[in-house]
Design a binder for this molecule. Structure first.
Ligand SMILES: Cc1cc2nc3c(=O)[nH]c(=O)nc-3n(C[C@H](O)[C@H](O)[C@H](O)COP(=O)(O)OP(=O)(O)OC[C@H]3O[C@@H](n4cnc5c(N)ncnc54)[C@H](O)[C@@H]3O)c2cc1C
Length: 326
C-alpha cells in the first residue's frame, strides 16, 4: 500500500478553520517532492457534511470519523482513537495545525505511533538528503532545518506560513465514513469557556500600537497609549506575556491564541517576533518594530526597523510629533 500524507483538518462550528487550507498547502509541497497521495482526516459531531464540503473544495479523499461525544472535544477524541486507525491510513507524514488544539494531541499522537515529531514547521524544501522542514528555535532567533529518518513523521504547521492553493474546478474526492471505537479516557471534557468577549477595538483599528514584554513594567504602557493617541482610528494591543501578566486583558492579545489583525500600520514595541505573535499580525500593511536587540526576529518582518530602547525612543517620537504639529 502506497504511503500517504494525512492532513488532520481543524474545524469549529461546522466550518473548516482557515489553517486547514494551509495544512493542505503544506501537504502539497511535500507531495511535490515525494509524489505521495494526500488524504484528509476529520472527526466531529455530524462531520459527514463538512467532510463532503472538504472533498468538493480540495478534490482530496476524506476519511470522516463521526463522534458521539460533545462538539468541541475533537482533540480529546483524537487521543482516544486507537493507534491502529492511524496506522491503517498508511501515513508517512501527518500534518496537524500548530494551534492550541493541534498541539493538544499532536505530540501524544507521535509518541503513540512511534513517529518523529517536528513541531512548528514554517517551510518545506528539498535537500540533497531528503525533504527538509524549517522551524524556528530560540524564540525564532534561529531557524533549524530538520530531516526525518522515521517511517512516520508528525508535523505541526505554523499558521500563516503556507498559502492555501485550492483548485477552482476539481472533481470531488471520495468521502469514507469510518466508525471508530475509542479507548477509555482518563479525563472528561466539560466544555469551553471563552475569555474573549465580543468584538475588539483591534478589529476596527487602522493603526495598532502593540506592547511586548520589552516594555518592562505596566507603567510603561502609558508610553504605548500616548503613541497610539497620535493616530486617529488607533488601538493598543499586546503580546501574550503582556496579557499573561495582566498589564492588558486577553482581548488585546495578538497572535495564534489571540486576535489575528491586519491594520494599515502595526507598531511593535519591545516584541521579539516569536512565530506565534507574527502569525497574528503579519498581514498588516506596514510594520514598524522598535527593539533594542538588532538581532530580534521581529526585524525579519518589519518594513521599518528601529534599534533603540523604547523608553527613550517613544517619548522622543511623541515630542517630535507634538513640536511639528503645534
Ligand atoms: C501554543 C503557544 C501559543 C502562543 N500564542 C501567542 C500569541 O497568541 N501571541 C503572542 O504574542 N505570543 C504567543 N505565544 C508566546 C510566544 O511564543 C512568545 O513567548 C511571545 O510572543 C513573546 O512575547 P514578547 O515578544 O512580548 O516577549 P519577549 O520574547 O520577552 O521579547 C521581548 C523583546 O523586547 C526587547 N526589549 C527588551 N527591553 C527593551 C527596551 N527597553 N526597548 C526595546 N526593546 C526591548 C527584547 O530585545 C526582546 O526582543 C504562544 C506560545 C505558545 C507555545
Amino acid at each position: 500500500m502506497k504511503e500517504r500524507i494525512i492532513v488532520i483538518a481543524e474545524h469549529a462550528g461546522g466550518r473548516a478553520a482557515p489553517v486547514t487550507g494551509e495544512l493542505v498547502a503544506c501537504a502539497q509541497v511535500i507531495q511535490n517532492h515525494l509524489g505521495l497521495d494526500i488524504q484528509i482526516l476529520v472527526a466531529g459531531q455530524g462531520i459527514e457534511v463538512l467532510a463532503d464540503k472538504l472533498a468538493r473544495q480540495t478534490g482530496l479523499d476524506v476519511v470522516a470519523i463521526p463522534m458521539d461525544e460533545p462538539a468541541g472535544d475533537e482533540t480529546g477524541f483524537y487521543k482516544r482513537l486507537p493507534k491502529s486507525l492511524f496506522a491503517d491510513l498508511h501515513p508517512a507524514y501527518i500534518c496537524i495545525a500548530h494551534t492550541p488544539r493541534g498541539l493538544d494531541f499532536a505530540g501524544g499522537l507521535a509518541a503513540r505511533l512511534d513517529a518523529a515529531f517536528i513541531p512548528g514547521v514554517e517551510k518545506v524544501v528539498q535537500h540533497e538528503k531528503g525533504v527538509c522542514f524549517t522551524r524556528g528555535v530560540f524564540n525564532d532567533k534561529l531557524m533549524s532545518e530538520v530531516i526525518s529518518n522515521a517511517s512516520v513523521t508528525v508535523l505541526t504547521v505554523q499558521p500563516g506560513r503556507f498559502k492555501p492553493n485550492l483548485p477552482t474546478a476539481v472533481l470531488p474526492g471520495r468521502v469514507r465514513v469510518q466508525k471508530a471505537v475509542t479507548v477509555p479516557a482518563g479525563s472528561r471534557f466539560m466544555g469551553y469557556q471563552s475569555k474573549q468577549s465580543g468584538p475588539s477595538a483591534l478589529d476596527a483599528a487602522e493603526v495598532i500600537v502593540s506592547a511586548g514584554n520589552g516594555i518592562g513594567n505596566k507603567e510603561n504602557l502609558d508610553l504605548i497609549y500616548r503613541l497610539a493617541e497620535i493616530f486617529p482610528k488607533s488601538a493598543v494591543a499586546g503580546s501574550r506575556p503582556v496579557c499573561d501578566k495582566k498589564w492588558l486583558t486577553y482581548k488585546h492579545q495578538v497572535g495564534t491564541t489571540g486576535r489575528r489583525v491586519a491594520p494599515r500600520l502595526y507598531i511593535a514595541c519591545g516584541i521579539s517576533g516569536a512565530s506565534q505573535h507574527i502569525a497574528g499580525m503579519r498581514d498588516s500593511g506596514f510594520i514598524v518594530a522598535i527593539n533594542r536587540d538588532p538581532r530580534a526576529a521581529i526585524f525579519n518582518f518589519a518594513d521599518a526597523c528601529v534599534v533603540e530602547d523604547l523608553t527613550s525612543f517613544i517619548p522622543l517620537l511623541i515630542e517630535t510629533y507634538q513640536n511639528e504639529n503645534r
